[in-house]
Design a protein around this ligand. Structure first.
Ligand SMILES: C[S@@+](CC[C@H](N)C(=O)[O-])C[C@H]1O[C@@H](n2cnc3c(N)ncnc32)[C@H](O)[C@@H]1O
Length: 401
């Protein structure tokens, strides 16, 4: 439940200051060429230095937005190679990818999405500190996280902020942060049901007669997913053998105690940030305690707040140490970039590639979100973090050698 901001592509225009008039002239010629002229004209203008990042004042459209209306894959490729910004947003928050989608142009949309994944991977690779390169601060590289220090954009600010629990207009419980952002909202329950179903249904330790699964959940929120992990095992199915929960917010920890959740047999609450437990070798042992032979968890789910893609990727990197290698299942709340279809697809594609880097294969399950959820739930909530009709649910497992 965090915001997402993709990196600006290399060659993105000056953020402020003087733009020479010759450049503006070329920019306008490029916008016109992208609308109706042959691809060769567009290519020529780019070679003359026309800025593909330029967006007009009227619609906020770039040459890529205009080109997207023409359904000509080659034109999109030429513009992207010439510096067009795959994730430039128009005045309504749409990328050129959304223009392709609205026209049913699957091929054009794929070209833009693939460029998004390629460029985010590249920025990310450049951001990795090499043996001789200094630690970068990430500037100019991947920025999937909202750059703000308000509660929703900064994890440490959020963890110190005051939370309130109430009932939304949809009749469902929700937790809001001090700025009125939804930390966890009851509308997500059907999605949590699906996460738990995919994580437990076929696992050998969840079958009748087995010993029960070992579970790690990161981020308690309303405890929806934790309640479901406890419930899925019916009379004939075993309860989880061990169910560990890492939670960092003091008020949420108090809520857990008030509800007596910490007293349920098998449940252990690890109080603190996941980074404190999983990125500290001495504490890692404490986390793995209780998993048979210290071999790792059967199921791991992560859903925090005010963390961005970089934090999620850092979590991916500890998975080989904490996921049971043979049948272990990892899943995460896939909410980054969910205000825009193209950015959401790029964020999901990037996650798949980064999971692959640490040895995991990902399967995606599409879950529909009913229209009825759209308007009611957001009343009284400052920032809408979900705008899409579908949810892509990830299920990842260690690759078999
Ligand atoms: C969106 S809620 C989780 C909702 C939960 N999946 C449910 O089903 O109700 C996010 C939770 O993560 C916690 N959190 C945020 N950052 C964290 C961190 N770095 N480590 C551990 N918990 C964190 C928040 O306090 C909050 O309780």
């Amino acid at each position: 439940m965090s915001d997402v901001k993709m990196s600006e592509s290399a060659g993105a225009g000056p953020s402020e200051g003087y733009v020479p008039s010759e450049l503006i002239t070329l920019a306008h010629q490029l916008l016109i060429a992208a609308q109706s002229e042959p691809t060769s004209n567009v290519q020529r203008l780019l070679e003359q230095g026309a800025p593909a990042w330029y967006q007009d004042d009227a619609l906020g459209w770039s040459s890529l937005h205009y080109a997207a209306e023409r359904r000509e894959p080659k034109l999109l490729q030429v513009l992207l190679q010439g510096g067009a910004v795959w994730n430039a947003l128009d005045k309504w928050g749409r990328t050129a990818g959304e223009i392709c989608l609205s026209l049913g142009d699957e091929r054009g949309w794929e070209i833009i999405r693939n460029e998004g994944i390629r460029s985010e991977m590249l920025h990310h690779a450049l951001a990795e500190p090499g043996p001789s390169s200094p630690q970068t601060n990430g500037d100019g590289n991947i920025k999937l996280k909202a750059e703000d220090t308000t509660s929703a954009g900064d994890n440490l600010t959020f963890l110190k902020s005051q939370l309130t629990w109430d009932i939304g207009d949809d009749g469902k419980e929700r937790v809001l942060d001090a700025d009125g952002n939804g930390v966890m909202m009851g509308w997500e329950e059907p999605l949590m049901v699906e996460h738990v179903r995919y994580m437990t249904n076929d696992h050998p330790n969840a079958q009748p007669g087995s010993e029960g699964m070992t579970i790690l959940n990161v981020g308690f929120g309303l405890g929806i997913v934790d309640r479901l992990f406890q419930q899925t095992q019916s009379a004939s199915h075993p309860k989880p053998l061990n169910h560990h929960i890492i939670e960092a917010h003091p008020q949420v920890l108090q809520y857990i105690r008030d509800k007596g959740f910490d007293k349920i047999p098998g449940i252990k609450i690890l109080e603190g940030r996941w980074q404190d437990f999983l990125q500290e070798p001495e504490k890692m042992g404490q986390v793995l305690e209780g998993t048979p032979g210290g071999m790792g968890y059967d199921a791991i789910f992560v859903d925090t707040f005010a963390e961005g893609y970089e934090d999620l990727k850092a979590f991916f990197e500890v998975l080989p140490d904490i996921l049971e290698p043979e049948n272990g299942i990892f899943s995460f709340w896939n909410g980054l970039g969910a205000t825009n279809a193209t950015i959401y697809a790029v964020s999901s594609g990037l996650a798949e590639l980064h999971l692959e880097d640490v040895g995991l294969d990902t399967q995606w399950h599409d879950v529909l979100i009913p229209d009825s959820l759209r308007e009611e739930v957001w009343k009284g909530v400052r920032r809408r973090y979900w705008e899409l009709p579908g949810y892509r649910l990830p299920i990842a497992k260690m690759k078999l050698m």
